[in-house]
Design a protein around this ligand. Sequence first.
Ligand code: ATP
Ligand code: MG
Length: 277
Amino acid sequence: MSALSFDQATIRLGRRDILSAASFAVREREFVGMLGANGAGKTTLMRAALGLVPVAAGAIRVLDGPVTRGNPAIGYMPQNRTGMAGLRLTGWDVVASAAVGRRFGFGGLDKAARREIDWALDEVGARALAQRSIGELSGGERQRVLLSQALLGRPRLLLLDEPLISLDPAHQKSVVEIARRICDDLKVAILFSAHELNPLVNAIDRVLYLGAGAAVIGPVEEVVTGPVLSRLYGAEIEVVRIKDRYFVMAGDVDVERDAHRHDAPHGHSHDHDDAHA
Ligand SMILES: Nc1ncnc2c1ncn2[C@@H]1O[C@H](COP(=O)(O)OP(=O)(O)OP(=O)(O)O)[C@@H](O)[C@H]1O
Ligand SMILES: [Mg+2]
């Protein structure tokens, strides 16, 4: 069984094929890093697995079943996490708000639900942080609290969309380590999107690269090569490896480093359906 599989799947937004007859599978309990330039389709791929974007052709399967909306087997941490800075709710309240009406019904939180929230916060080491208001947490602290939200209901597949965005290298490292440990301890498959391979390279099992409507999955040393990436980027790419660091170069430009270090909105928002994934 695979955690997530795309079989000749085409995903079309407007008149553009974001993915075109793409095939790959994320195995159970596997930690996969998903890379690709801005607009390559990382967010769209996750939204398709959540049933929020239709498949135009081919098939997507989650844990060998069909795609369904609100699938309790999937935990999702969306990319768009703006709008929290002014919030006076505590981290605990924010996590709890995802639990209410989602997996625990609308009748408020019973003891078991509260225990589950505390458990999820403990998994990411954020129980103490969650006592503070979400608006005053640093980006990295907030990221951990939101990551715990994705663990509610003990999913078997976690879709984490750019958890490293706007974090400094030390916090990036800690988020990647937490993801690795969650993958092992909770026996969950993780698809983790990022702009740069290097923060992930020592932690992931395999890498999934998107570009030019295609998806290629495999071990880093097989996928992150000049020929494969040239095809996905549609440009002449040279991969320079220095010890454990990879530099993806188009001419003199390191395309991953220069992509963007901050969240660059496309001018459309996915906010409205985030909580219902
Ligand atoms: N609702 C929509 N209608 C039309 N086009 C869309 C829609 N949503 C996204 N797109 C386009 O689909 C492409 C893929 O977008 P997506 O957000 O999946 O990329 P991404 O790989 O997540 O990018 P980033 O690294 O910037 O987060 C982009 O060109 C985007 O503009
Ligand atoms: Mg995205």
